[in-house]
Design a protein around this ligand. Structure first.
Ligand code: FAD
Length: 270
């Protein structure tokens, strides 16, 4: 089985601050880590490899320093690493990111399954996994909390949508996005750190990808532009209300209407 895992390098969010004047993330001195959900996707891939045999390839789009997360993937047990890195990829929205990753994946050996994290801790859209599947024209399943097993044809998975949990079979080649339910990611192995130290990381630039695809990379391929990033205002003001349960519920409805959070709620009859 050839399993491809998409991994992204993200800022260590506990330390990230936004410049109040410019709204830009202050990245100086902020450590980068592998996106936490991607650790779970990688763990699921390694468990599939252990159970059924095969190869785990990891792929990332990002600046040259994203090689660090690929090295970490080697230290967890991944076999091959690919980095898509070019200034032409900068400013990509989720559409361009999905497109670029799909172009890279198409250059790999034929794959059975692509695993992604559910979402990232920086962009946080959860759109890239399904986006890659749409570009490649393969079935996908989101919010997978457990991979039950594989057959010759595909995977059996459990998806947890919060209000509904269901079991589903999905045919190869396919893509799934994983939640933290799939199992605790293993620690980096010191032994693997030593033995994979010289392993190559295949790096592709825009020129290495399909020439017909060039207009769809980076900023020029991105219809979405973020105008402003700002932290939500946190208010510690509060009101205390007293009264019977009915009075308090009327008061609550009135308040929600004042704040324009609900409309058209009829006053309950006494
Ligand atoms: C400072 C800043 C500015 C931004 N400006 C814009 C903008 O102007 N317009 C806009 O639309 N968006 C902007 N973004 C968001 C950016 O487009 C997204 O970070 C990017 O497209 C990936 O989406 P996501 O992080 O929401 O991934 P998600 O969809 O949440 O990720 C899901 C999964 O997809 C995979 N994945 C995602 N990205 C990668 C990757 N690069 N390499 C490998 N795997 C990956 C991982 O498995 C991940 O767990 C900005 C983000 C930042 C931090």
């Amino acid at each position: 089985m050839h399993i491809v895992v998409c991994i992204k390098q993200v800022p260590e969010t506990r330390n990230v601050e936004v410049c109040p004047e410019t709204g830009v993330l202050l990245r100086d001195g902020v450590d980068s880590i592998m996106n936490p959900f991607d650790l779970y996707a990688l763990e699921a891939a390694l468990r599939l490899k252990e159970q059924y045999g095969g190869t785990v390839s990891v792929i990332s789009m990002g600046p040259p320093q994203a090689q660090t997360v690929i090295r970490e993937a080697y230290q967890m047990g991944a076999d091959r690493g690919y980095l898509l890195s070019d200034r032409a990829f900068a400013g990509a929205d989720t559409l361009a990111t999905s497109y670029t990753l799909a172009q890279g994946i198409e250059k790999l050996d034929a794959y059975d399954v692509i695993l992604c994290g559910l979402q990232t801790t920086d962009g946080d859209t959860a759109q890239v996994g399904p986006g890659i599947a749409e570009v490649l024209g393969i079935p996908h399943e989101s919010n997978v909390s457990r991979v039950l097993g594989a057959t010759a044809d595909g995977l059996q998975v459990i998806s947890d949508l919060g209000t509904m949990v269901y079991t589903k079979s999905i045919k190869f080649p396919c893509l799934v996005t994983l939640t933290k339910g799939v199992g605790e990611p293993r620690l980096l192995s010191f032994k693997l750190k030593q033995s994979t130290r010289d392993w190559p990381i295949t790096t592709w630039s825009a020129a290495d990808l399909d020439s017909a695809a060039q207009d769809f990379f980076g900023l020029s391929g991105s219809p979405t532009q973020v105008e402003r990033i700002f932290p939500p205002t946190v208010s510690d003001s509060f009101e205390t209300w007293e009264g019977s349960g009915l009075e308090l519920s009327h008061k609550l409805v009135q308040k929600l209407q004042e704040l324009r959070l609900v409309e058209g709620v009829e006053r309950a009859q006494n």
